[in-house]
Design a protein around this ligand. Structure first.
Ligand SMILES: [Zn+2]
Length: 444
């Protein structure tokens, strides 16, 4: 490693034992005014930082960094050195402000806190967009929109969950309602973006109704995604930090089965048993799945009847549907609409549908390789990509032709369960990854 004349440093990215010695040499030779930044970045021999610095301070020649730029970056608060303690402080703040879907009052408090956090870390002004299901939060770095960082601030946990299990960190795991899905993803994104010297072209949108199907925010999400041309979705990662490159389309149908009540002992023959009809319908819908196309049709909930001696007049079935192949959404919708009663005099009523269209693997066709390359450049190792069954707002952006990559949020487990957790040690690298992908998209 060489230190050039004047105030310029030549950084060579190295690995192995030799790196330690050469770093010591560099730090000895480095001008005092930049030493603190370099030491902060490299004291743990974090060679990845060198790669980041070269990315963020392009000076024409590869690997060449002008120290004057480093100093000004530091003064602007953009030192490329993530502060995990601060990330955890922000995460604690967000987790302990409850934000259950549909709780408009709680979501308003959450949106205000989120807007304030964004402004604190990224500057500018965050817009709070009121809606009947609670406010969404939007922020723009100005300039021509190039990348949408997309998330949601609602959680599946009812108000009061924090009182029972407030934010805590135990043995390297951050825990608390919504920590994994997706408050840690939000914090990582904000801190990852805060490392970038320039945020032009970057938009952030955090919706308030993702967990209930994004019925209000969908239009806004699609509009901003189309304007930006690329969407990075902060849903939790798959196992081991894998990104989500494809998602099945998802839907929920409710089948109401109408019969006629009668006394089960005195004159059962005068009734029309909705429960027996429901049994026929369960078997009928269970044949609609198709393993060759990845379509699943799963009856999940059922109820019928009012009393133990009454022929049931009403039964309800809930059916979970997942589709991924083209045409399967239409096939299933037609098949569900075409269900017919088995018992004469019973009647079927169908509600619901396939809300989220599939996010095909083609939607991440160039974004996923880009993310893999960014991860390599930053020394974060190899990143896997997987197709998953669950839906997200990425389904909407992808269905509208916007390049979409999902699963860029937290690494952990237990989404939607009380034991959900985030691996704290992974948070800075995930922030770097997000920041790096955004930087690459800004440059396109
Ligand atoms: Zn989520």
């Amino acid at each position: 490693m060489n230190v050039a004349n004047g105030n310029a440093i030549v950084v060579v990215v190295l690995s192995g034992d030799v790196a330690g010695e050469l770093f010591d040499e560099l730090l000895e030779q480095a001008p005092a005014k930049v030493a603190s930044t370099m030491v902060a970045a490299m004291s743990d021999l974090d060679l990845r930082m060198a790669a980041i610095l070269t990315r963020w301070v392009p000076r024409g020649a590869t690997h060449r960094i002008d120290t004057a730029s480093l100093v000004s970056i530091r003064q602007n608060g953009h030192v490329p050195n993530l502060d995990l303690e601060l990330m955890l402080t922000d995460l604690e703040t967000l987790v302990n402000i409850e934000s259950p879907s549909r709780d408009v009052q709680a979501l308003a408090v959450s949106a205000a806190a989120l807007a304030s956090l964004i402004e604190q870390r990224l500057g500018g002004t965050a817009e709070i967009i009121d809606s009947p299901v609670g406010p969404h939060v939007r922020w723009s770095g100005g300039g021509e929109p190039k990348v949408l960082v997309l998330g949601h601030h609602d959680t599946v946990f009812p108000f009061g969950s924090v009182a029972a299990r407030p934010f805590k960190v135990v043995e390297g795991r951050a825990m608390g309602p919504g920590v994994f899905d997706m408050k840690a993803g939000i914090v990582q994104a904000i801190h990852g973006l805060a490392q970038l010297p320039d945020l032009s072209g970057v938009e952030i949108l955090f919706s308030a109704d993702e967990e209930t199907g994004s019925h209000d925010s969908r239009g806004l999400i699609v509009q901003r995604a189309l304007a930006c041309g690329a969407a990075l979705v902060l849903e939790p990662s798959a196992d081991g930090g894998a990104l989500k490159t494809a998602r099945k389309g998802t839907g929920t149908f409710e089948l109401l089965i109408h019969g006629r009540a009668s006394h089960a002992g005195l004159e059962p023959e005068k009734g029309v048993n909705a429960l027996i009809e429901a049994a026929h319908q369960v078997l009928a819908v269970s044949t609609l799945g198709d393993t060759t196309t990845g379509t699943t049709v799963t009856p999940t909930l059922a109820s019928a009847g009012t009393a133990d001696n009454v022929v049931p007049a009403l039964a309800t079935l809930t059916i979970d549907v997942r589709v991924e192949a083209p045409g399967e959404k239409e096939r299933i919708e037609a098949a569900m609409a075409g269900l017919h009663p088995h018992l004469s005099e019973s009647r079927l009523e169908l509600r619901g549908g396939i809300n989220r269209p599939p996010m095909p693997v083609s939607s991440s066709a160039w974004l996923f390789p880009l993310a893999v390359q960014v991860a390599r450049d930053l020394g974060l190792g190899e990143i896997a990509g997987v197709a998953v069954g669950g839906g997200s707002d990425g389904n909407f952006t992808a269905a509208n032709g916007v390049a979409t990559l999902d699963g860029l949020g937290a690494v952990g487990g237990g989404a939607h369960a009380d034991h959900e957790y985030v691996l704290v040690a992974t948070m800075p690298d995930r922030a770097r990854l997000l920041g790096g992908i955004v930087a690459a998209l800004q440059a396109r």
